[in-house]
Design a protein around this ligand. Structure first.
Ligand SMILES: Cc1cc2nc3c(=O)[nH]c(=O)nc-3n(C[C@H](O)[C@H](O)[C@H](O)COP(=O)(O)O)c2cc1C
Length: 246
């Protein structure tokens, strides 16, 4: 492991608490050293059963960037951010190490998705600690087969999400989270208190109104998100890739 202790990096807690997704970037590139330091932070992450089942694909090809931008509902920053990385579940390495490996269990999919998420968050925090900003791009899964085609992904891989990273050109408002007491409970599950939910909805209504003039709150966002089939092409694509078949 090569350590990048010479880079300026803010302490962990202030970095974490200051997080906001960044969707507007300056044209300034990352240095090789910054990029490597961020990836090393990802590489240092915990890994389920130490299976290290993630591959990060850095997309530098302009045409591929544009094609992935189109897949991701034309979110402009996919094209314009200094860096765009795709975090993939990758079990090809495991197949190589052990050709008879049973890689098609659903547990393997969970393991791979958890590992990639942890690795990606280490990367994002490392970037944020250096004054950079970024945003995850889940909308790559709008057309997951096309994303995989653009990236020439083989069987036993899956493009989970992208990540834009660059120098921030905006300073967005903090997006209020569900209150801590609704996220943590002791010894047993605790259902969401209706009064807490409506107080949170009120808080988010004010947030969305101020930020973008939208008439939105958390319950409405949940309704929008879950009132239609949720990317139904994911399961057949997973099966096509030889994943989550049983
Ligand atoms: C896995 C994942 C996928 C996401 N996909 C997108 C995306 O496609 N486009 C986007 O603008 N934001 C995306 N986001 C960012 C979330 O919208 C954002 O984190 C959330 O609204 C909270 O806002 P904040 O990060 O500014 O605090 C994604 C976040 C995660 C964790």
């Amino acid at each position: 492991m090569s350590y990048h202790t010479n880079l300026k990096s803010e302490a962990t807690l202030p970095t974490i608490y200051r997080h906001r997704s960044i969707r507007k970037f300056t044209e300034e590139a990352l240095t090789d050293e910054q990029r490597e330091a961020i990836w090393e932070a990802g590489r240092a992450a915990s890994s389920s059963s130490f299976m290290q089942s993630t591959q990060i694909i850095r997309v530098t090809d302009v045409e591929k960037r544009a094609a992935l931008c189109e897949v991701a509902a034309n979110q402009k920053y996919v094209r314009t951010a200094a860096e765009f990385w795709v975090f993939c579940i990758d079990y090809t390495k495991h197949k190589q190490a052990f050709p008879e490996a049973q890689l098609d269990w659903t547990e393997g999919l969970i393991l791979g998705a958890v590992d990639a998420g942890i690795m990606a968050q280490n990367c994002l925090l490392a970037a944020e600690s250096m004054g950079l900003g970024g945003v995850y791009i889940g909308s790559l899964r709008n057309n997951v087969a096309r994303a995989a085609e653009i990236l020439a992904l083989p069987p036993l891989t899956f493009p989970l999400f992208g990540m834009c990273i660059g120098h921030p050109a905006q300073d967005p408002m903090y997006r209020p989270r569900l209150p801590l007491e609704t996220l943590v409970s002791e010894n047993r599950y605790k259902a969401l208190d209706a009064a807490k939910l409506s107080a949170y909805d009120e808080q988010l209504t004010a947030y969305y109104k101020e930020r973008s003039g939208l008439d939105l709150n958390w319950s409405k966002a949940v309704t929008n998100n879950f009132s239609q089939p949720l990317r139904p092409q994911i399961l057949p694509f997973l099966h096509q890739q030889g994943l989550a078949k049983r």
